[in-house]
Design a protein around this ligand. Structure first.
Ligand SMILES: [Zn+2]
Length: 360
């Protein structure tokens, strides 16, 4: 069997890490071009300076990772002769920067300003229509050259982002473990190496050990060693864990839940947490482990009941629609080493909801 794992070229993290952005850009090119999320431009723009102290060329991100926006920004970057692209902001700005760099065949530096998902390190962009509907996945030939995370900026975001990131990271070990047992493929289509499974496990252990302490720091908008550990778990460990370990039921159930309109107000990591709790039931994980997942989720304020993702009044027919979508052909749930069917997913969702209620 040929196993494969993939990684970003360099990962930089810490309070004040943005000070290193000029040095990192100078390593990769001479003319940096930064795509900056309009929402945080005022906070970060003054820090985007080259190694020589000169301000970097910057362009505001228009809000949607769509083909027209990618073409517009690629045109701007090409026009000024840019040879290294930076993406600064939330997931869509980062995905746009990855796609622009791919278009120009230039290296890319990813600067996440939230720790809410595991997407920053990945070789993947999600492309939407200009109206915001899902269009397609863009699989990139390589991972970002640098992922640079300034923990002081992450700490200034509302704590709900960090909690959602922990929800996304909570799925990582369970899904990687499913893939390991089954010998299922990761994002490259091949099985992962033992490194990926070990990192996925470290992701889970880090959440349990530091999650609550990190949340307390984020609520106060301060950086502590615990917050650093959780930013790393949410961003790097979860990113490597999902991409090189692989996905199974939690993300498939998440995708199914997005079929139900009432869940749209809730974030990716919040719905992935519900998917993870359902995975533990569906996969028959040991009762002590299931309790641990529910207790951790509740302790940091992740949803543990369907009511908490807008589905308090959902009928079996509605949940069945989500369960069927979760089991669609090509979905990652088929990487699981246990029997899956829409009926089994529905049963797991109802049971997990009951566990969440009983605990509360
Ligand atoms: Zn995810």
């Amino acid at each position: 069997m040929i196993a494969t794992s993939i990684f970003p070229g360099r990962y930089v993290q810490g309070a004040g890490a943005l000070e290193a952005v000029g040095e990192e850009a100078a390593r990769l090119g001479r003319k940096p071009f930064a795509i900056v999320d309009a929402a945080i431009a005022r906070m970060v723009s003054p820090s985007l300076v080259g190694k020589d102290g000169a301000p970097m060329a910057q362009n505001a991100f228009g809000g949607e990772c769509s083909d027209p926006e990618i073409e517009r920004l690629a045109g701007e970057a090409r026009g000024m002769g840019a040879d290294v692209i930076l993406g600064v902001g939330g997931g869509k700005a980062l995905d746009t920067a990855k796609a622009v760099a791919h278009t120009l065949k230039a290296p890319v530096i990813i600067v996440p300003t939230l720790a809410s998902t595991d997407a920053p390190t990945s070789a993947l962009s999600v492309i939407y229509t200009p109206e915001g509907a899902f269009s397609r996945y863009l699989f990139l030939p390589r991972n970002p050259d640098v992922v640079l995370v300034d923990s002081a900026i992450i700490a200034r975001a509302p704590a709900r982002f960090l909690v959602a990131g922990m929800g996304d990271a909570l799925s990582t070990w369970f899904e990687a473990e499913d893939c390991r047992v089954k010998g299922a493929g990761n994002m490259t289509g091949r099985a992962g190496n033992s490194t990926a499974y070990a990192l996925a496990r470290l992701c889970y252990d880090t959440l349990l050990e530091y999650g609550e302490q990190a949340l307390r720091a984020a609520e106060k908008q301060v950086v502590t060693p615990a917050l650093e550990r959780i930013i790393e778990a949410n961003t790097l460990l979860s990113g490597l864990g999902f991409e090189s370990g692989g996905l199974s039921a939690a993300h498939a159930i998440h995708n199914g839940l997005t079929q139900l309109h009432d869940t749209h107000a809730y974030w990716h990591g919040e719905k992935v947490a519900i998917g993870t709790q359902a995975l533990t039931v569906l996969g028959g994980r040991p009762p002590g482990l299931i309790d641990e997942v529910f207790e951790f989720s509740a302790a940091i304020g992740l949803p543990t009941t369907l009511n908490q993702i807008g589905l308090g009044a959902a009928t079996d027919a509605e949940l069945m629609k989500a369960a069927q979508a979760a089991c669609a052909e090509g979905e990652t749930i088929h990487n699981a080493p246990y029997a899956v069917s829409p009926e089994a997913v529905l049963a797991a969702l109802r049971t997990a909801d009951a566990i969440g209620h009983a605990q509360g």
